[in-house]
Design a protein around this ligand. Structure first.
Ligand code: ZN
Length: 456
């Protein structure tokens, strides 16, 4: 590593109070807490690092903060990287499971505990530190850096697409470093270059105006049977989705993406142990591997079921209504609106026209070209900090969902992740944490990345 560890450390020590004050802001977007002071604080962090900012709030929702740092005189002003972060955090409950005060940053055994620290405040801070370090160095900042810091990520980023569309020129850049990133359970540094999309549905059946004495079950059907039959028609017992056309639009992944996924081994035993699984992986019955399923295939999941009497003892009743929550994680090529249409057609065709379907949330998947020089620069710079290629893993598609598609669609740029997360970081859960050594390494990665990106 060429970077002097001391100087990055000096910046980390010098700006510790500023970082901790950022963590103390309980910016829970779903509960509308502390949004205004947090936006102000984000702009102050950008200016105290030497950047310019704009607060964008004309399209509704929580404001989006734009930040800009100009390349130094020796840098390459033709290259611009975009850092995507969010200042909002998840609610802290259940409170009694926290071992520290959720909004009082606390260091124990080299770990920093606080709500929002890994998701996503520390990653924003370490990127600012990397910029400060480079601005102070003899070479100066090697390229232009832009920031997009939004405040609704934990709420599904409902307005981000509109802001990216309207302000595409403002955010114009050559590549985007995603908000999260870090190490997996094998301590490998994982670079994610894509995410799955989502189609989330309410499924609902009503069979009468009132609940009925179950003796009438001899002649009257009920909502619970209607719903379970409808749901059962969607997937066979070998776990293939039976909706006509469901798999049709899937884009074939590139050869390099397939190769990267092949190398990224999933341990069924480990996952079974973590969750106490009672059944083997469903991929045992499918034509694709667990690794391929996680990266390249869509899912269909019953997330919840509700009907009739479910308390203690007996109550003999024909439930008049039944509902389910259904989510489909989509892959590149699939469109949530088309999936809704296909599901509707399937239900109608199979005699379930009375089963209502509401698309609650839809987003498309995104996958960067992993051979793109931007992605390769993120990888090569990571290898300088984290070790050889076996410690740095490229993951073409994270099995989760995020607003990456909008960046690809409106800015036309590749996306890759880098951050200081660790496998036990407990994002969204009590006792969320980062490891301070990861935080320092993450800062070094961004320093090395910006230096290399200049000429990439
Ligand atoms: Zn989150």
């Amino acid at each position: 590593m060429q970077t002097s560890s001391n100087s990055v450390k000096t910046i980390i020590d010098k700006r510790k109070k500023e970082f901790f004050d950022y963590l103390r802001l309980d910016s829970v977007s779903t509960q509308n807490r502390s949004i205004e002071p947090t936006v102000k604080y984000v702009t102050e962090l950008i200016s105290s690092t030497g950047g310019d900012f704009q607060v964008l709030d004309d399209l509704g929702g929580n404001p989006v903060v734009y930040g800009f740092f100009k390349a130094g005189p020796k840098g390459n002003a033709d290259k611009t990287v975009l850092f995507y972060n969010h200042y909002d955090v998840q609610p802290e409950d259940p409170l009694d499971e926290w071992e520290t005060d959720p909004f009082d940053p606390t260091v124990i055994d080299g770990k920093l505990f606080c709500r929002g620290v890994t998701d996503n405040k520390a990653n924003f801070i370490l990127r600012l530190y990397a910029i400060e370090y480079l601005m102070q160095s003899e070479e100066g900042l090697p390229c232009n850096v832009k920031f997009l810091v939004e405040g609704e990520e934990e709420n599904g980023s409902p307005n981000l697409d509109a802001y990216l569309k309207k302000y595409a020129d403002l955010f114009k850049s050559d590549g985007c470093i995603w908000e999260f990133g870090g190490k997996n359970e094998k301590e490998q540094f994982v670079i994610e270059t894509g995410v799955k999309g989502m189609a989330y549905f309410d499924v609902f059946v009503e069979s009468a105006d009132v609940d009925i004495h179950s003796s009438l079950g001899a002649v009257v059907d009920n909502a619970a049977w209607r719903l379970t039959h409808a749901l059962a028609s969607l997937r066979d017992k070998h776990n293939h989705v039976l909706v006509d056309g469901f798999y049709d639009d899937i884009e074939q992944p590139s050869a390099s993406a397939q190769q990267a996924v092949k190398e990224k081994k999933v341990s069924q035993d480990k996952i079974a142990a973590i969750y106490g699984l009672k059944h083997p992986f469903i991929t045992e019955q499918l034509d694709w591997t667990a690794e391929e399923a996680l990266a390249f295939y869509p899912t269909m999941t019953i997330c919840g079921l509700l009907s009739g009497y479910t308390d203690e003892g007996t109550k003999t009743v024909l439930p008049r209504k039944a509902s389910a929550k259904l989510d489909c994680r989509l892959v590149p090529g699939q469109d949530p609106l088309k999936i809704e249409q296909l599901l509707r057609q399937h239900l109608d065709k199979n005699g379930f026209a009375d089963v209502k379907l509401d698309l609650l949330k839809g987003s498309k998947a995104f996958r960067s070209d992993i051979d793109h020089p931007f992605v390769q620069t993120v990888k090569e710079s990571a290898e300088e900090v984290y070790g050889t290629s076996s410690e740095v893993v490229l993951s073409p598609t994270n099995p989760g969902t995020g607003p990456m598609f909008s960046f690809g669609e409106h800015l036309g740029i590749p996306v890759a992740s880098s951050g200081c997360g660790h496998a036990e970081g407990k994002a969204h859960a009590p006792n969320e944490s980062i490891r301070l050594t990861d935080f320092e390494q993450g800062t070094h990665h961004m320093v090395e990345f910006l230096k290399k990106f200049k000429d990439a």
